[in-house]
Design a protein around this ligand. Structure first.
Ligand code: IMP
Ligand code: MG
Length: 181
């Protein structure tokens, strides 16, 4: 590894493991949405790496859009989620999959799901997240319809995920040892 990572805990999922799993997700989504109009909406910035791989593993026509939220700084989550970058594409009447890097407390996706359905008039909204941390959930009704891997309560970086805006470019998913930060 060329990039030095402070408090690195180890590789959780390698590039190869991620690629295999994303290909499987693409197959399932392609089957589930065959014959339907599909729009992927990626949550900036963490999900861009996942989006780029996922959209190429989906074998049916689909549109993409972006939205940005803020709720997270460093290692602690706050509970109020605001939309900081407006939705780039209309989702009115569309079948939407929100593409996220990680489902943690669930507040971000709760806010975004309600926004797409109630404010933006989407027909249907599902969630596809690369990682799910079920042990951290504070909004129990928010579930991932599609997810790459369920992980324990550890802070993870890489494959789009950051720690204070660093490490998003790592091709693997690794953990940080919070006691050493
Ligand atoms: P939630 O609203 O608590 O579900 O938070 C979701 C957001 O928190 C994600 O989109 C990430 O940006 C961030 N996040 C949560 N856990 C981690 C982590 O382990 N590493 C990096 N970012 C995280
Ligand atoms: Mg994020």
């Amino acid at each position: 590894m060329d990039q030095e990572i402070k408090a690195f805990g180890g590789v959780l999922y390698s590039e190869e493991q991620i690629a295999r799993r994303v290909a499987e997700l693409g197959d399932v989504i392609s089957r589930d949405y065959a014959g339907k109009e599909l729009m992927l909406v990626a949550v900036l910035k963490g999900s861009v790496v996942f989006l780029a791989d996922l959209m190429r593993s989906i074998k049916i026509p689909c549109g993409i859009g972006f939205i940005g939220t803020s709720s997270y700084s460093g290692i602690s989550t706050t509970k109020s989620v605001t939309i900081t970058i407006p939705l780039t594409q209309s989702v009115k009447g569309k079948n939407v999959i929100i593409v996220e890097d990680i489902l943690d407390t669930g507040y971000t996706l709760q806010t975004l799901k309600a926004y797409m359905l109630e404010d933006q008039g989407a027909k249907d909204v599902r969630i596809c997240t690369m990682l799910d941390k079920p042990g951290r959930r504070e909004v129990p009704e928010i579930k991932a319809d599609y997810y790459g891997f369920a992980i324990p309560n550890e802070f993870v970086i890489g494959y789009g995920l950051d720690y204070n805006e660093m490490y998003r470019n790592l091709p693997f998913i690794g953990t940080l040892d919070e006691s050493k930060l």
